[in-house]
Ligand binder design. Structure first.
Ligand code: AMP
Length: 290
């Protein structure tokens, strides 16, 4: 599609299925699921898809099932018109933006549970979150029937959970991870960054710097996971405004705890609350295999 043309906006299951059916057999469909309030991180995934597939669909759906009762569902930003303009600007073909009632009809009682990778880290902090994610992503895959789906490494655990679900349930879709897109000062882009006050926004890149501090120690030869965690956590706790939920070194795919960083490398994963905003970030330590 030509950039600056409005993408086709699909609201209902019927509209989506008719559009999917209208694609020629030779077309490949790339899919980028999002909750909207789009930024360059989302757009980088859409661009990856457009480079790889002949058609690209982006979904915008703030999924109530993945929010806890005390979380920010009500205040989550929903700038739909602007999102569509951004997607039109880069030439995305279609946007699927269903209502909650479309996705969860009255009495919906079936969910998807991944029972290992979803337990630690954000899974421990946000009970039910990944059940919400796997359920909505499987539903979206069934509706969109993409050849390839794109997820951001920003949500590394989400990527691992989805990859596990795709493998375990034989879903006919290829998963591609897109790199984390950051602000110039290192803060990982997130739709939630708009919640930060100017003072908090100034402090927020300390999360990134704590990851870099541990990564630098790894580069100097440190392989002890506890030591790397200590270094990272200490760097972040230098500023008491951060309430650190976790700062951990884990296996990059299985998310198991590590004693030593071995040939597979490691995921450094952090979640911290700054004011009322929960921020997450991560960094991959490459192993000798890479
Ligand atoms: P969300 O709208 O937050 O559900 O995110 C939709 C997709 O965009 C997910 O696959 C996220 O991992 C991805 N994403 C969010 N932030 C970034 C970022 N800073 N860099 C790359 N991908 C991102």
């Amino acid at each position: 599609m030509n950039p600056n043309t409005k993408p086709l906006i699909l609201r209902t299951v019927e509209e989506l299925r008719a559009w999917r059916k209208s694609l020629a057999p030779g077309e490949t469909l790339g899919f980028v699921p999002t909750m909207g309030a789009l930024h360059e991180g989302h757009l980088s995934l859409a661009r990856l898809s457009m480079g790889r597939c002949s058609k690209t669909l982006v979904s915008i759906f703030v999924n109530p099932l993945q929010f806890g009762p005390k979380e920010d569902l009500a205040r989550y930003p929903r700038p739909f018109e602007r999102d569509c303009e951004l997607l039109g600007g880069i030439g995305v073909d279609a946007v699927f933006s269903p209502s909650v009632a479309t996705m969860y009809p009255e009495g919906a009682s079936t969910t998807v549970v991944e029972d290992t990778v979803s337990h630690p880290l954000c899974g421990a902090m946000r009970p039910g979150h990944f059940l919400g994610v796997t359920t909505v992503v499987l539903k979206l895959f069934n509706l969109v029937q993409p050849d390839v789906a794109f997820f951001g490494q920003k949500d590394a655990q989400q990527c691992a959970v989805i990859e596990r679900m795709v493998r375990d349930l034989d879903l006919p879709v290829e998963i591609i991870r897109g790199e984390i897109v950051r602000e110039p000062d290192g803060l990982a882009m997130s739709s939630r960054n708009v919640y930060l006050s100017p003072e908090e926004r100034e402090k927020a890149p300390l999360i990134y710097r704590s990851l870099k501090a541990a990564a630098a120690a790894y580069e100097r030869g440190e392989r002890d996971a506890c030591r790397l965690e200590e270094l990272g956590r200490e760097a972040l706790e230098l500023d008491p405004s951060f309430n650190v939920q976790y700062w951990e070194v884990r296996h990059p795919r299985t998310l198991e705890k590590l004693e030593t960083v071995g040939p597979d490398g490691a995921l450094l994963a952090v979640a911290a609350v700054l004011g009322t905003t929960r921020l997450i970030d991560n960094w991959i330590l490459k192993g000798q295999k890479h």
